[in-house]
Design a protein around this ligand. Structure first.
Ligand SMILES: [Zn+2]
Length: 358
């Protein structure tokens, strides 16, 4: 047993090192989901918040969520409850820096959900200014980020429209789009048609979570009614061959987050059961992302490594998916090419890829 375990570790370590060495992009990532325990603990102390959490150790335990209820409680009642001034957003920018550098991510499109923070008393324009300064600072350090404002189905159409109007009244090149999130069960995509139509007309990029917790009809609505340019998750498409073909022929990227999907336990109970392989074989435009890395205890490096170690994808196939991740961004083609060329140069220099079976 001992020898077997160490042999596995030997084959794993070079694979992990190779994955870590690759520059990457990430396109489905929530800024509140990458916040560190340290930041939240600092904010609890700063604002002397009484959240029933007496120590950092206790907070750390709360971050180890094991059910959707615990996840939502942590997200809304602890994480989002700690941001009470615009200055607090500095913590998010710092955590973004750490997460992206740790995973060698050159460029990320990150969701930011303002609604709860506005309810906490923060001002939208000042929040955007802080995040804007943060993005400019990170860019000067070689880390490129853009934000997508995430409106939750849980807060309804009027709130979504209000958020859109706020974005349009305070534009910045760092805020590039609008995303629909929240529980699919509570808010069908079609309810948000007017918001998406207005966002598209204003030149914003539009994406939506769909097919994460609800069947294929939710994805159909998202592409046909909302005109979403990318689908968050989209894994219930596995139940609808016609939809899979449609997504393939329209080249609509799927922002797949394997660990998050296993956490939800809706359309895959194990990684081996995850439809990502079937999607890939069908020719669909799949990308790999983390969704909420701190909350799921996963890094983007881990997501790639697990798919390789489990034998679901070969190195070459993972590189194809990594490339998809670059070209599914909303960056101009020229910048996408630059990032891909940088990745290709790292692959060329590494002799690791050649050591694994194709
Ligand atoms: Zn998400």
């Amino acid at each position: 047993m001992q020898r077997k375990a160490s042999a596995a570790a030997e084959t794993t370590a070079p694979a992990r090192a190779f994955i870590a060495s690759l520059p990457k992009t990430e396109i489905h990532l929530h800024i509140e989901g990458l916040v560190s325990v340290d930041s939240i603990w600092s904010l609890i102390k700063k604002h002397r918040l009484d959240l029933g959490i007496g120590s950092k150790e206790e907070l750390k335990k709360r971050f180890h969520v094991t059910s959707l209820t615990e996840f939502i409680d942590l997200f809304i009642n602890i994480i989002q409850a700690c941001f009470l001034t615009e200055d607090d957003l500095t913590y998010l920018v710092d955590d973004t820096r750490h997460y992206l550098s740790r995973n060698n991510i050159r460029y990320a499109e990150i969701f930011f959900a303002p609604t709860k923070l506005i309810k906490n008393g923060l001002d939208f324009d000042r929040m955007v200014d802080r995040l804007d300064e943060g993005a400019n600072q990170l860019r000067s350090e070689g880390i490129d980020v853009r934000y997508i404002v995430d409106v939750s189905r849980g807060f309804g159409l009027e709130n979504a429209m209000r958020n859109l109007d706020l974005i349009l009244a305070h534009p910045t090149p760092n805020v590039i789009g609008l995303g629909l999130g929240g529980a699919e069960q509570t808010g069908p995509a079609k309810d948000y048609e007017a918001v998406f139509e207005k966002a598209r007309a204003a030149g914003l990029k539009v994406v939506a979570h769909a097919g994460e917790d609800v069947g294929p009809a939710s994805i159909w609505d998202t592409i046909d009614i909302l005109g979403a340019q990318r689908i968050g998750h989209g894994i219930s498409a596995i139940q609808d061959e016609k939809l899979m073909t449609e997504l393939t022929s329209r080249r609509i990227p799927l922002e797949i987050c394997p660990t998050s999907n296993l956490f939800t336990q809706k359309y895959a109970k194990t990684l081996a059961e995850h439809p990502i392989r079937a999607f890939f074989d069908h020719g669909m435009y799949v990308t790999i992302n983390t969704d909420d890395p701190t909350l799921f205890g996963v890094d983007l490096n881990d997501e790639y490594a697990r798919l390789l170690e489990s034998g679901i994808f070969t190195v070459d196939e993972l590189l194809t998916i990594l490339k998809n991740g670059v070209y599914a961004t909303f960056l101009p083609k020229k910048r996408q090419n630059e990032i891909w060329n940088e990745i290709a140069a790292v692959v060329k220099k590494s002799d690791f890829a050649a050591t694994l079976p194709k």
